[in-house]
Design a protein around this ligand. Structure first.
Ligand code: FAD
Length: 491
């Protein structure tokens, strides 16, 4: 008889694991607290507009291709490669920086700003490339049975990289570049990890390699939610049922085995194996009541920043705005050093704007544009009240209008705001931390919450706060690692 697997959570990690396991012959069912699948990778359909709620691009596209191949399907959505990768606007200057993959095109923009930029850039990227290739298979794409096993693997990494553990992303970039513009633009990618260049290890300069050289960034035709729609279609073919509006709040156990999970209505769901896609630290804390994950211990962990996101439908086209844009102020260092903890710094916010309808015309009515704004903000540990969200949003709309020389305020026909408190509620994210546990050196690889349970031998974890970490390609890798655990357990 087929072994039964219950997956708690229909985020990308949960969906991908469900497909992998169903293809391996398991009888899989998914339980999801919300009324849609996707978790953070979700969408809003409102007033004739479609918005992606969270991720707006991704790197390491080949992980999705490998996933499709391993599941013996064709990729159920279509990539669109981004070039330029994104644009950067620095306050006080009319110049738009285009982050091209082509080194010459990228370097031309620095001709009058940084001597020998192209040479320095090539040297910088070569070092980033060596970090990536020396660590990716050892630290990222691997299950560890214990901390000891992790450290043994880590010892195999080229010792040349050890000093980087003691440097920040910013320090590494400063070692190569002297202009503020080059330093800011090249360190911006540290924000994609939910921290800043000033508190992210220089090891993560490997991201500069992944964005510029290794693979670049990708969108999906029709909007990012097509990833979810595509996988859901495959799950339907595999007859994997999803029970929505089903929030798990308790478990039934015998000794060292989970026998059932219980939802908030008191219904119990039995299975042979359980895979948790809810946050791996939060689930251990609030559902399993583990001492090692008590609320006070969770507070001591290092969590990523919160996101204030908002979604505007406007009644005009914006040809002057590119697809992916970063709008920075003129106090990059000060801003970065305070943004995680000091709410007053967001009086003049930095933000990202994605015009999803630029290449996906079906996402907005004719002549209109769907805009998605992301503003990095302190999570709820450092700013618990969001009564001023509307005010912050309005100040961003005002700043954006000035920068693009068009007042969009009177053109807004749809407006939705998610504060970190909304994100917390929607996806059970700890204190509204957008990407979950940070990737500080103490919280990666074998030091992250494990993807197998400490006590219950038939319980496993997948997703952003377990291995390997946050981001869409990582969720796909995480599903592979969790699937390996399940298969090994049930052998
Ligand atoms: C604003 C924002 C922008 C981002 N941008 C990018 C980007 O551009 N590129 C990129 O690669 N990544 C990006 N990310 C990160 C990316 O979205 C996440 O790393 C990834 O989607 C996490 O997937 P997951 O499966 O681990 O978790 P989730 O998506 O959080 O899924 C977990 C699921 O479990 C459900 N759940 C939780 N608790 C329970 C329970 N008790 N019972 C039942 N169900 C439960 C939740 O409702 C949710 O559906 C962004 C994230 C945010 C918030």
């Amino acid at each position: 008889m087929k072994q039964t697997v219950l997956i708690v959570g229909a985020g990308l990690g949960g969906l991908a694991t469900a497909l992998r396991l169903s293809k391996q012959g398991y009888s899989v069912q998914i339980l999801e607290k919300n009324d849609t699948a996707g978790g953070r990778l979700n969408q809003i359909q409102k007033d004739g507009f479609t918005f992606d709620t969270g991720p707006s691009f991704f790197s390491m596209s080949y992980e999705f291709e490998a996933f499709a191949k391993e599941c013996n399907i064709s990729l159920p959505f279509t990539f669109v490669e981004l070039d330029p990768l994104y644009s950067v606007h620095i306050s006080g200057s009319k110049k738009t920086w285009h982050i091209y993959k082509d080194t010459k095109l990228f370097a031309e923009q620095f001709t009058d700003i940084e001597v020998d930029f192209e040479k320095k850039f090539e040297e910088y990227i070569a070092e980033c490339s060596s970090i990536f290739h020396d660590t990716v298979d050892i630290v990222i794409k691997r299950n560890f049975s214990s901390k000891f096993a992790y450290f043994i693997e880590l010892a195999k990494v080229n010792p040349f990289h050890i000093p980087k553990l003691f440097k920040t992303f910013w320090q590494q970039v400063c070692q190569y570049f002297s202009s503020q513009e080059a330093r800011q633009i090249l360190s911006l990618v540290a924000f994609f990890l939910g921290k800043t260049p000033f508190d992210t290890s220089s090891v993560y300069t490997l991201l500069s390699y992944t964005e510029f050289k290794h693979d670049g960034y990708y969108n999906v035709e029709g909007g990012m939610y097509q990833i979810v729609t595509g996988i859901l279609h495959e799950l339907e073919k595999q007859q994997v049922p999803i029970l929505y509006n089903t929030e798990i709040c308790d478990v039934q156990t015998t000794k060292n085995t989970i026998t059932a999970v219980i939802d908030t209505q008191g219904n119990s769901y039995k299975a042979d194996i359980f895979v948790i896609n809810a946050d791996a630290a939060v689930f251990r804390s609030r559902i399993l009541k583990r001492k090692a994950y008590s609320e006070s211990k969770l507070l001591k962990k290092d969590w990523t920043m919160g996101y204030l996101t908002f979604y505007l439908g406007i009644s005009t086209k914006l040809p002057q705005v590119h697809h992916h844009n970063y709008y920075l102020g003129s106090n990059y260092e000060e801003y970065s050093k305070h943004i995680l903890q000091d709410p007053s710094i967001i009086e003049k916010p930095y933000y990202y704007v994605n015009v999803v309808s630029k290449y996906n015309t079906n996402c907005a009515p004719e002549g209109c544009e769907s805009l998605f704004f992301v503003c990095p903000v302190p999570n709820l540990i450092h700013k618990s009240s969001w009564h001023d969200a509307e005010q912050i949003v309005n100040s961003i709309i005002q700043d954006f209008s000035q920068r693009i020389e068009l007042n969009i305020e009177p053109l807004i026909i749809s407006k939705t705001i998610y504060t970190p408190a909304d994100w917390e509620k929607k996806c059970n994210l700890f204190k509204g931390s957008g990407l979950g546990l940070s990737h500080s050196i103490k919280q990666i690889g074998g030091l992250r919450p494990r993807n197998f349970d400490e006590k219950f031998k038939n319980m496993f974890y997948v997703g952003a706060s377990t291995v390997p970490g946050a981001g869409l390609p990582m969720a796909i890798i995480s599903s592979k690692l969790a699937t390996e655990r399940v298969i090994n357990y049930s052998k």
